[in-house]
Ligand binder design. Structure first.
Ligand SMILES: [Zn+2]
Length: 223
């Protein structure tokens, strides 16, 4: 607004405009206060929703608990930070894998990178405590031990705990491995886990063995 020309004809209107402007400002203040009050009064109600959201994230989290998972076991137990690769020796989840598996993974990751495909590690070696925690979380996520067993093994049976399995990210990397992995001896083991790879050296000459529908069909899991 400009008052450079306080013409007689507009002189009467200006106060009205001012009043209208003040009303707007007042309305804005009331609205701001109102939303603040609303925010503070509803923050309590929001909390369970936030927690539920985190819980829902477990479905993907269970493959490799992220370090953001507050109160969870850390990297020393096999949690792998975002963006880790098979070349990250300093990460126990990678360093404690079977050396032959790591060697095959590095060859494959190098060749995949040549084709523009980046290979990340979502999870590798896990301590028994970490595996048990994942299983525990999977049971509450999936609602029963039977259903959880389709996705997470016990510490006694998990190929992750023995250092013989790796979960790969992302989908283009798993797609690359499903096409080329056998030539490195890297095989998908379970149909329901396209990210889970183990070393099957005989695959280099004979191709990967038939997959199990899910871990419950794997004789190694029948202990
Ligand atoms: Zn796995």
């Amino acid at each position: 607004m400009t008052y450079s020309e306080p013409a007689r004809t507009t002189a009467r209107r200006i106060p009205r405009i001012l009043v209208a402007g003040l009303l707007l400002v007042f309305a804005a203040i009331v609205a701001a206060l109102g939303s603040q009050l609303l925010a503070s009064s509803s923050s309590r109600a929001d909390l369970p929703i936030v927690l539920r959201g985190e819980h829902r994230g477990l479905r993907s989290e269970h493959r490799g608990l992220r370090s953001e998972h507050r109160g969870a076991l850390g990297e020393a137990d096999g949690a792998v930070p975002e963006g880790a690769t098979v070349f990250n020796d300093e990460i126990p989840g990678v360093a404690n894998l079977d050396p032959d598996l790591v060697g095959a993974l590095r060859q494959a990751a190098t060749d995949a990178a040549d084709e523009g495909v980046e290979t990340f590690v979502n999870s590798g070696w896990r301590s028994p405590e970490y595996q048990n925690q994942l299983l525990h979380e999977a049971v509450s996520e999936y609602g029963s031990e039977e259903e959880a067993a389709r996705w997470v093994a016990t510490a006694e049976t998990s190929a992750h705990v023995s250092g013989d399995a790796v979960d790969i990210e992302h989908s283009d990397a798993t797609a690359w491995l499903s096409e080329h992995g056998a030539r490195y001896g890297l095989c998908q083991i379970y149909i329901n886990e396209p990210w889970h790879y183990e070393l099957r050296p005989q695959a280099i000459d004979h191709g990967c063995p038939p997959m199990y529908a899910d871990p419950t069909h794997d004789p190694r899991m029948q202990q």
